[in-house]
Design a protein around this ligand. Structure first.
Ligand code: F6P
Length: 364
């Protein structure tokens, strides 16, 4: 069965590079293989609601450098607590119906861990699915990199640089919160790139006294300010002892994000003035960097070739600068965390080792 017509959707948080990837998949599929692309609006929700349209050449012109996604996105998870609709159809039944109505021979799903986990389940349900690795969190296993990460890294690094000068002028502790609930790649890389004095990651539970100690030592050495980069999923040693569900519940009840708590605790422990900046959605929006345009184009072009070669059930991944096919079932439900000594594998990521070499405090 040669693919003549395929669906394409973007799901999960938006990220720079989505439009360049859509353009690359659709253009290569049309030019090299004469395929027709059907755009699915708003992620898996559009697949459930049959909210689709044929993508013309005009739709994908001029979008290489545009942020967001022309297809729209949502965090719809059709296999999580599925409820029947008015007609008694479960989300998966509606999805299969759309796939048929739209005469799709295959489906390309652009997204992070949640998206590719769903993509794997759709493949198991008999659809022909290909995944593309998008996320600013860079936390998909078996791919060295995801598109969106490098743009977010550039944005976060520039923010840290700008905050550095205010930290210096006012002799303050500046706490900067960077995205990343489960994995701290963005915090680690932006922290190293921005010369942070402290980097707190979900992978290394922190002890606030050890952070305060590091800041006071800097003070004693004549350094009046400190830059503290905190991943939004950073957690204290006490929190690390809690069962995951309990931790999630407590975090939900916290009326402010983690950076505020860290800043407050540091002010109490050191007596020094602290300020907070939460970078939030600035990290996800806007034009992709040149690196991400190239990367998402490479992934997208390969995605079209995967369609033609019927490499269904695979993620287009990058390993050692080579595009490879990784079975979606091997990445479903997993998160790529930063290797740390505490995870029991006895290996510490080289960037953490580099930070330690520079005297960066990781809160342990
Ligand atoms: O896209 C991943 C991510 O950026 C996480 O780092 C962050 O926790 C999450 O999205 C928040 O996104 P939203 O508010 O859109 O659910």
């Amino acid at each position: 069965m040669a693919v003549k017509r395929f669906g394409i959707l973007t799901s999960g948080g938006d990220a720079p590079g989505l439009n360049s990837a859509i353009r690359a998949v659709c253009r290569t599929a049309a030019i090299q293989y004469g395929m027709t692309a059907v755009g699915v609006r708003n992620g898996y929700r559009g697949l459930i609601e049959n909210n689709c349209f044929e993508l013309s050449g005009d739709d994908i012109t001029g979008i290489l450098s545009r942020g967001g996604t022309i297809l729209g996105t949502s965090r719809e998870k059709p296999f999580k607590n599925p409820e029947p609709d008015g007609e008694g159809l479960l989300p998966i039944d509606s999805i299969k119906r759309t796939y048929e109505i739209q005469k799709m021979d295959a489906l390309v799903c652009l997204g992070g861990n949640g998206t590719n986990t769903t993509a794997s389940l759709l493949q198991e349900e008999g659809m022909n699915v290909i995944g593309l690795p998008k996320t600013i969190d860079n936390d998909i296993v078996k791919t060295d990199v995801t598109f969106g990460f490098h743009t977010a890294l550039d944005v976060a690094t520039e923010a840290i640089d700008r905050i550095h000068s205010t930290a210096h002028s006012h002799s303050r502790i500046m706490v900067i919160e960077v995205m990343g609930h489960k994995a701290g790649w963005l915090s680690l890389y932006s922290g190293v790139a921005g010369g942070a004095d402290v980097i707190l990651l979900p992978e290394i539970p922190y002890d606030i006294d050890s952070v305060a100690d590091c800041i006071m030592k800097r003070r004693d050495a004549g350094k009046e300010f400190s830059i503290v980069v905190v991943a939004e999923g950073a957690l204290s040693r006490d929190e690390a002892l809690l069962p995951k569900k309990e931790l999630k519940k407590r975090r939900k009840l916290m009326p402010y994000s983690i950076a505020y708590r860290v800043a407050h605790e540091l002010e109490e422990a050191t007596g020094l003035e602290s300020r907070v900046t939460v970078l939030g959605y600035l990290q996800r929006g806007g034009t992709p960097s040149a690196f991400d345009r190239v990367l998402s184009t490479q992934f997208g072009v390969a995605g079209a070739h995967f369609l033609a070669e019927e490499k269904f059930g695979n993620l287009v991944a990058m390993q050692n600068n080579e595009i490879v096919a990784v079975p979606l079932s091997e990445i479903a439900g997993k998160v790529k965390n930063i290797p740390v000594l505490g995870d029991g594998n006895g290996v510490e990521h080289s960037m953490i080792a580099a930070g330690r070499g520079l005297g960066t405090c990781f809160g342990d």
